[in-house]
Design a protein around this ligand. Structure first.
Ligand code: IMP
Length: 179
């Protein structure tokens, strides 16, 4: 374990096992639906890559990079830095996130994709931090792990753009961000 990590909360072995379970569920539920997996950059990357290996039905992938208004309520203000190319009208969408915390980002993206005519939208997330919600958002259907309100890094999650490359999720030592 790296010296800036206080505790490993989700090992690589556990992540792979959970992605296998969720991949099997998605395969079963979407086998005749040709879903579009839309990953929210950049944090989704390792989870997206692991999860898609376990989905055994026809599917497409695309990516978005957005930042939502970080206030106490949802305003509909979402800045799109990179948009998807696929036309999602009448398509079944699975949004792939690294973590759902306040719910603001995911809800803004859902509003946008609903306006574009998606037939259904579900959320798959590596981590869920339900204690962080500041709005009533659509709740993730596929969750690898529900965690306490602690700041975590690794497997896509960053602190100041660092630590995304860890192959596990761990709690970052307070001394790293309090110095
Ligand atoms: P939300 O809009 O608050 O749900 O934000 C989700 C985004 O906040 C994630 O995609 C992450 O980029 C970031 N985030 C929330 N909690 C953490 C954390 O514990 N570690 C790293 N990033 C986090």
């Amino acid at each position: 374990m790296e010296d800036f990590i206080e505790e490993v909360i989700f090992s690589n072995e556990e992540i792979v096992k959970k992605c296998d379970e969720i991949g099997k569920l998605i395969t079963e539920e979407y086998k005749d639906k040709k879903p579009v997996l839309i990953g929210l950059l950049k944090g989704c990357i390792p989870f997206f890559a692991e999860l898609m290996k376990h989905i055994k039905c026809d599917m497409e992938i695309d990516f978005m990079d957005v930042s939502s208004y970080q206030g106490s309520h949802s305003t509909g203000a979402v800045t799109i830095h990179k948009d998807i190319k696929v036309d999602i009208r009448n398509r079944h969408v699975i949004l792939v996130e690294d973590i759902v915390d306040s719910g603001l980002t995911i809800q803004e993206v859902i509003n946008l994709l609903e306006d574009r005519g998606a037939k259904s939208i579900e959320i798959a997330t590596l981590l869920d931090k339900p204690a962080g919600r500041v709005i009533e958002c659509k709740e993730p259907k596929y969750i690898c792990k529900t965690i306490e309100p602690k700041f975590v890094v690794g497997f896509g999650l960053d602190y100041n753009q660092l630590y995304r490359n860890l192959d596990y999720v761990g709690v970052l030592k307070r001394s790293v961000y309090e110095k």
